[in-house]
Design a protein around this ligand. Structure first.
Ligand code: NOJ
Length: 487
């Protein structure tokens, strides 16, 4: 996902390397801080046509060639191999596992009757995790709206999605909430909206120059409906389930940390605009009750307004903020683009072009200071809410090597920046490496890899092999130091 955004927004990547804390260990983090790893349903489960599951719009997008001809029909076959995978997690000493539920596996018609086989799969997975001492952190929506709802009323473009999402969330709270305490409603709400409705590079593949879509209006409508759907589910949880289940409902966004290209007033303002569009667009309404001023000003009448009643429901509806962060960018004021405002500036990507450059295609730069500053920003701009780092990890080519030294260097540096932020008062509660296994990737199919485990796609059993990073992460969690890999 990130790549498509990068190419459109012409980002410059900066190499702010170097871990700040040397020789830190698990014991330096609070005991109730969790270290985990994650996957998402369409990327992990496979069994796309089995036991009553119906397609999501991610299936449709992949099958129409959206992801380099690849799809998640089989993926890592987690639907059949979850026991084996939980055993690997347990052997590693993983404390928590973040996964998502496939809405169309649980409720094949999008609303109405439950699929008993789907219910059984998620009950089994959750029980398996808990029996192995691994805490389940569950995402309800990870880019996979049931296709049937997309066909019926345009999915996230319609306010009808709010009731359907609330009803789906209620099924999950009711059926699994006795064992699940951490719920995230929507993964990467901001980037899902940009990829799916501005650029058309991810499901449902809509944009002005695509076969359908309107990049200048739809993302704002979708973003608004996502916030309403999230708050409907979160409010329901508070009113009906929280007292008994004692859990938390949060929201997730993707964050690039923008650093001003120069110390000029213009570039400093440009960096703040990136934060306002990328972070504030979603988090300001949740914490402060409205969109940021600069978003309202630049987007004008295309931005839906919150009614007083909606403000009431949305503000304060997130128990925690989930962040997916991978690297830092430069923000550069771009007067030629800005001067187009009011006339030709018609889509959201253009609204955000205050950054220029390009990103390396195969591997992310190791810029841990960006995570530190992101966590500081959450503290200062939003009153230090509880935060989970839901995704952070290194992308490499999927070339079969198990010696993934760049991933180890990356994790070691970024986890140390989390420790720095905690020592400076951040309310961060957990860190989830992305991802546990090399599975189906959002933009690259099976060409890139984020996993701690390599999955051999040429083996009919899809055998898993631990990489150096799996050993390193396990060593860090269990023995409490990072000395296995010391520069
Ligand atoms: C974003 C998404 O949440 C996830 O689905 C994707 O695989 C990773 N980040 C890496 O691109």
């Amino acid at each position: 996902m990130v790549n498509a955004m990068i190419s459109t927004l012409f980002l410059v990547v900066v190499h702010f390397g170097g871990a700040a804390v040397e020789g830190y260990g698990r014991a330096d983090f609070p005991a109730d801080f969790v270290f985990g790893s994650g996957t998402a349903a369409y990327q992990y489960e496979g069994a796309a046509f089995e036991d009553g599951r119906t397609p999501s719009f991610w299936d449709t997008f992949a099958h129409s060639g959206g992801t380099e001809g690849a799809n998640g029909d089989v993926a890592c076959d987690g639907y059949h191999k979850y026991k084996e995978d939980v055993k690997l997690m347990s052997e590693m000493g993983l404390e928590a596992f973040r996964f998502s539920i496939s809405w169309s596996r649980l409720i094949p018609a999008g609303r109405g009757p439950l699929n008993p086989k789907g219910l059984q799969y998620y009950n089994n997975l959750i029980n398996q995790l808990i029996n192995n001492g691994i805490e389940p952190h569950v995402t309800l929506y990870h880019i996979d709206l049931p296709q049937i709802l997309e066909d019926e009323y345009g999915g996230w473009l319609s306010t009808k999605v709010v009731d359907d999402f609330r009803a789906y969330a209620e099924v999950c709270f009711r059926e699994f909430g006795d064992r699940v305490r951490h719920w995230t409603t929507v993964n990467e709400a901001n980037i899902f909206t940009m990829g799916g409705y501005v650029q058309g590079t991810s499901p449902p593949g809509r944009c002005s120059s695509c076969s359908k879509g309107n990049s200048s209006t739809e993302p704002y409508v979708v973003g608004h409906n996502i916030l309403l759907a999230h708050s409907a589910a979160a409010r329901l949880y508070k009113e009906k389930y929280k007292a008994a289940q004692k859990g938390y409902v949060g929201f997730n966004i993707y964050v690039l940390w923008p650093v001003p290209y120069t110390d000029s007033r213009e570039d400093i303002a440009a960096a703040q605009r990136v934060k306002d569009f990328l972070i504030g667009w979603m988090i300001d309404p949740l914490v402060l009750g409205d969109y940021p001023e600069v978003v309202k000003k630049n987007v004008g009448a295309r931005l839906p307004a919150f009614s007083a009643d909606e403000v009431e429901r949305v503000k304060g509806s997130s128990d925690f903020i989930g962040l997916n962060h991978y690297y830092t960018i430069l923000a550069k004021d771009n007067p030629s683009i800005l001067s187009l405002q009011g006339g030709l500036l018609t889509d959201m990507a253009a609204d955000m072009i205050y950054v220029q450059g390009d990103a390396p295609p195969d591997q992310y730069p190791t810029t841990p200071s960006g995570l530190y500053h992101t966590l500081e920003y959450m503290k200062q701009a939003y009153g230090n809410p509880p935060v989970y780092i839901h995704e952070n990890g290194q992308k490499t080519r999927r070339n079969g090597t198990l010696l993934d030294t760049p991933r180890v260097e990356y994790l070691r540096a970024f986890i140390s920046s989390v420790l720095d932020a905690l020592r400076n008062g951040s309310n961060t509660k957990g860190y989830f490496e992305w991802t546990f296994l090399d599975c189906f990737e959002l933009l690259d199919g099976y060409n890139s890899s984020f996993g701690l485990y390599y999955v051999d796609l040429d083996d009919k059993d899809l055998k898993r092999y631990p990489k150096f990073s799996a050993h390193w992460y396990s060593h860090f969690i269990n023995t409490g130091n990072t000395l296995l890999f010391q520069k």
